[in-house]
Design a binder for this molecule. Structure first.
Ligand code: HEM
Length: 201
């Protein structure tokens, strides 16, 4: 009887030390933490889509706002900063991998008070590569040359998502780079979309 009780206690201790080890493994490794974030995000997306069905979410959560005219121009890092959603027209721009996107329709993410408001009016590439939401306040163009292959792959994956969901606006200009003249652009095509994209080097 006593030995049975001892076995039960030993099992309970083994279980809790296993849980503690698993917990430590996940929360003390940045890579595991990043993977956990991605899993949480994907699970949330699946559950939400099942509960709400396509199309219902935007109507329910986003107040109808008048659409802003399309913008097509290049930006320096400093110029981009003015488009963080706090200005009168409320437009929000975010740069990813050398290209600027109009993310105004994703204001609940990037607008003032949103979870990713620190990306607004900024180059979010490094944040997306390193899973950080700490505001990047540098005024210089970030060529991302110190990032590793996996981090750059992550930047490109994020950029694909931005490209699919949001309007391309123009390039993020390197220091001293001249802006493109888009006056004769049809505005409907994305011919220049790879203009700013950082190439595999
Ligand atoms: C535990 C951590 C995290 C959780 C649970 C989480 C969860 C979410 C959720 C629920 C959404 C909304 C999805 C939708 O409605 O379509 C979202 C969007 C987003 N997340 Fe996270 N997130 C986390 C961390 C991060 C981090 C560290 C980053 C990048 C640095 C990030 C970047 C983004 C971006 C850019 C979007 C918006 C995508 C868009 O414009 O549609 N997330 N996240």
């Amino acid at each position: 009887m006593e030995s049975q009780q001892n076995t039960v206690e030993a099992d309970a201790t083994a279980d809790s030390s296993f849980l503690a080890a698993a917990f430590r493994e996940i929360f003390y490794s940045p890579m595991n933490l990043a993977l956990l974030s991605i899993i949480c995000f994907l699970v949330y997306k699946i559950v939400r889509d099942r509960c709400e069905g396509p199309g219902t979410r935007d109507l329910a959560q986003q107040p109808a706002e008048p659409e802003l005219p399309k913008l097509r121009r290049d930006f320096t890092v400093k110029e981009l900063r003015a488009y963080d959603g706090n200005q009168p027209d409320g437009r929000v721009l975010v740069a990813v991998n050398g290209n600027v996107y109009d993310v105004t329709k994703g204001k609940r993410f990037y607008g003032p008070g949103g979870p990713y408001a620190t990306f607004a009016g900024r180059d979010a590439s490094r944040n997306l590569a390193t899973f950080s939401v700490v505001a990047n306040d540098k005024d210089d163009y970030d060529d991302l040359s110190d990032l590793g292959t996996m981090e750059m792959d992550s930047v490109r994956d994020w950029e694909m998502q931005f490209k699919e969901k949001y309007e391309f606006v123009g390039k993020l200009l390197r220091n001293g780079e001249q802006p493109t003249n888009y006056d004769n652009d049809s505005n409907d095509d994305d011919d220049n979309i790879d203009a700013g994209t950082k190439k595999d080097e």
